[in-house]
Design a protein around this ligand. Sequence first.
Ligand code: SIN
Length: 289
Amino acid sequence: MTVTVNILGPGFVGEVMGVTSRLLDDSDILSSIHAAYLSHKVIVIRDFPIAADPLVRISELFGPADPHHVAAVRHPDQPKITILSNQDEPGRKPEMKKFGAGWHSDYSYMRRPSNATLLLGAEVPGEGGDTLFADTARAFDTLSDEMKRKIIGLKVRHEYRFTKDRTHPGARWNFLSEAEQAATPEVVHPLVIRHPETGAHCLFIAPSSVSGVKGIVGMDDAESDALLAGLFAHMTSERLVYRHKWRPGDLVIWDNRSTIHSATTDQLPSHQVRRMYRITTNGSEPLAA
Ligand code: SIN
């Protein structure tokens, strides 16, 4: 048995039809889901059970789960799951209500960034709270040959708590414990990576302070900022972006090596409740293109 896929986005994003939790023991279905994830970069499965166990089970297809390094956002009974919520939740700082808003690739500021992210709509608003996705392989492919030559081989500094404006209310300097800071030191990754499974060349940067991109190694700030700003504008141009409007029970799974994404919870009024279950899976050190 295999699955069928409807394309939802501009050349990427597949809605995988015919998956039920009952089929999650079927190895053909699992291989079809994995193949769809690699080729479409973002996949959508509808009507997934809103419960921890099936989510943990399907996440195993994409690698071992990586519990969030900010302990306050972990699911109280299942630390592999992060609960993203725009509500006041016990033990959380107000900044955490907007986690995920701003373009980024999950854990790109870690030595071993995430492979896949699985995000399940547990409680979703009737309107708003969408997630945006952009295809970073297509972004690389559509650059000029001159720009490709210029950026291949460059390296970028990333740091979780980095933001140019430390007084910004969402600045991570404000809420990280000493242990959480020690676990998230500066790391350096290639600007253009080679996808370890598909071989595609992908831009591995993102245009917001959430991503923690500090600058290009060996370039002064002005030159680095200008080059990155041009690439960011290209990566998030409308023709490369898909907007996911959530239904309850939507399970969206994306490849962090070939996409970036952004929540829009910063624009969501608090009476519009949004609670999501998220698992990120452990990746490998990015390979230079
Ligand atoms: C995330 O950034 O991983 C979550 C995105 C969202 O909540 O829409």
